[in-house]
Design a protein around this ligand. Structure first.
Ligand code: SAH
Ligand code: SF4
Length: 350
């Protein structure tokens, strides 16, 4: 059955025209679902019952089935394992620190990029998510927060999968969430993280989108980056930085580089210096995070001291750097820890 969340406004318009409904119903339904966060058509009280019933009968309003939930020991991070309509599984995370309510959403079941230290990469690629499946993850937490008189403040596209490998659906989801007639979520509060698919960075730049861009860098020499992120063979650093530079020029936006610090590998002064050379004059910011543990990678997280030294080295070259705190690792909800192959590892609460 067609999912409501896969429809654009225009497609809904066409459908309702086919059903010979007055045009204003389109907006009523759109607002009911995306602005008022109705769980399904039954809760859209502005439209007649017969229309609610037809919507319910002909469209699906909830392809995500929560199968497992885990909560970190500090209670601030929650992870839900969703089963999709074809039985595939994904994970979505909600983090609530201070005033922020951030959801970390998935764009694929699994990932084809094979980054060695990432649990999603270790499980391999299953399939792309549809725009609707991406949107639904956000709505899930938005509804829940609304019921508690709270709301989402940020969306990070940093869950399972490589968003630019599923570009169309990811950006269609962003457009849906952005739509002022509905969910109305500001582009600047959305961040997409890519492993560095150069042609898609070019496309993203050409579209001049105001969504924040993060690039998973992790190494500043081709040898090391290829060892950690095999996609670097296809899109080596020279090509990657050319695309990122072009993105910054086109959009006048700053780019964020992500760097998971691995003891003795990429936390050296040489790597900091190499990064400084690539990033010279580029409006950027580096987020470093000590590596989170995953099953199939033996590398260890950098110590606090070495992380501080790496940050200082970058800053001495004029590159701003933030050391991020590891969150949710006790429930495998930290960066790069999402995987469902044997996802039963998740801690079940209540
Ligand atoms: N595929 C996208 C987005 C999902 S991964 C990307 O790679 O950018 C989100 C972030 O977590 C990326 O920066 C990724 O490199 C990082 N990451 C992956 N495994 C990690 C690990 N074990 N510890 C810390 N960060 C990790
Ligand atoms: Fe895929 Fe990102 Fe994990 Fe690499 S780090 S395997 S691109 S999800």
């Amino acid at each position: 059955m067609l999912s409501f969340y896969d429809l654009t406004f225009e497609q809904l318009e066409a459908l309702l025209a086919e059903w010979e409904q007055p045009r204003y119903r389109v907006l009523q339904i759109w607002q009911g679902v995306y602005r008022d966060l109705a769980v399904g058509p039954g809760a859209i009280t502005t439209i007649p019952r017969a229309l609610r019933e037809r919507l319910q009968a002909e469209l699906s309003f909830g392809s995500l089935k929560p199968r497992m939930e885990a909560k970190s020991s500090d209670g601030q991070t929650r992870k839900i394992l969703f089963e999709l309509s074809d039985g595939r599984e994904i994970e979505t995370v909600l983090m609530g620190y201070e005033a922020r309510r951030t959801t970390c959403i998935s764009t694929q079941a699994g990932c084809a990029m094979g980054c060695v230290f990432c649990a999603t990469g270790q499980m391999g690629f299953r399939r792309h998510l549809s725009a609707g499946e991406i949107v639904e993850q956000v709505l899930w937490f938005a509804r829940e927060l609304k019921a508690a008189d709270d709301h989402l403040t940020n969306i990070v596209v940093m869950g399972m999968g490589e968003p630019f490998h599923n570009y169309e659906a990811t950006l269609a989801a962003v457009d849906r969430l952005n739509d002022a007639r509905g969910f109305n979520f500001g582009s600047r509060r959305i961040t997409i993280s890519t492993v560095g698919l150069v042609p898609m960075i070019e496309r993203f730049a050409a579209e001049k989108r105001q969504v924040n861009l993060a690039v998973s860098l992790h190494a500043a020499t081709d040898d090391l980056r290829t060892e950690l992120l095999p996609i670097n063979k296809k899109y080596p650093l020279a090509k990657l930085f050319a695309a990122v530079r072009h993105y910054c020029d086109e959009t006048h936006r700053r780019v964020t580089f992500e760097w998971a610090l691995i003891e003795g590998k990429n936390d050296t002064p040489e790597q900091a210096r190499a990064l400084a050379l690539w990033a010279k004059g580029l409006p950027c910011h580096v987020n470093v995070i000590p590596l989170n543990p995953t099953r199939d990678y033996a590398g260890q997280a950098t110590t606090r001291e070495r992380a501080a030294a790496f940050k200082a080295a970058l800053e001495s070259h004029g590159i701003p750097c933030t050391i991020r705190v590891r969150r949710g690792i006790d429930i495998n909800a930290g960066c790069g820890q999402l995987a469902v192959e044997d996802g039963r590892r998740a801690v079940v609460v209540d």
